[in-house]
Design a protein around this ligand. Sequence first.
Ligand SMILES: C[S@@+](CC[C@H](N)C(=O)[O-])C[C@H]1O[C@@H](n2cnc3c(N)ncnc32)[C@H](O)[C@@H]1O
Length: 208
Amino acid sequence: MDHSTHLRFLDEDMRRLETLIAHAARADAGLQRKISSKENFQLLNLACGACNEAKTLAKVFGISDRANEENRNMKFIGLDVRDREIAEATARFRSDSNSQFEFINGDATKLEKYRELSDSFDIIFMRHQNLWNGKRTWEEIYHKALEKLSPSGRLIITSYFDREHEQAIEVIKNQGGQLLVTEANKDSRKLPFNGKSVDRHLAILKRK
Ligand SMILES: C[S@@+](CC[C@H](N)C(=O)[O-])C[C@H]1O[C@@H](n2cnc3c(N)ncnc32)[C@H](O)[C@@H]1O
């Protein structure tokens, strides 16, 4: 795929992700309240890779690029185990004027190690959770994510596959999560692998 096609797909995927989150959030009054309030807000994006979704999440949850707009005080932390992707995310999104974006090259199964992480987050987001790539690892990631969630916080996941999504929800429930919303993305972009598509499903969960 050439670079301009890649960027076009990226833009479209982000527009569709924004619509998907906004639509699913309408079915969750607690999340809706969080989105519309002006209170300070902490978001942790786990296993974020190069964090293509950073600006989209910031937009959905209340900070804009425009300096003259009234932004809530939001902290956005992305974390991934791959150093190259985190370096790319830092170069793309972190700057003096965007100091609310922070990226950590780290292991999401060991969140307690990172002192820069606060005790609790309003939103923990995992785009394209990867349960099928290592059940034990992802069980631990979900467990640590739920521990870091505030009592009214929301864990939001997206998945590439139907069955992987269902299984991830079951695993998170077993770890103490409660499912609030799950939604199929009717505009999900198909990928060359059978049954795989971008942000094919989204689920919103909280702690029981
Ligand atoms: C399917 S990719 C999704 C990346 C990105 N969220 C996206 O949607 O493009 C799964 C990500 O999980 C990350 N990952 C796997 N195990 C991890 C761990 N223990 N701690 C942090 N990140 C991990 C991988 O490095 C990879 O970036």
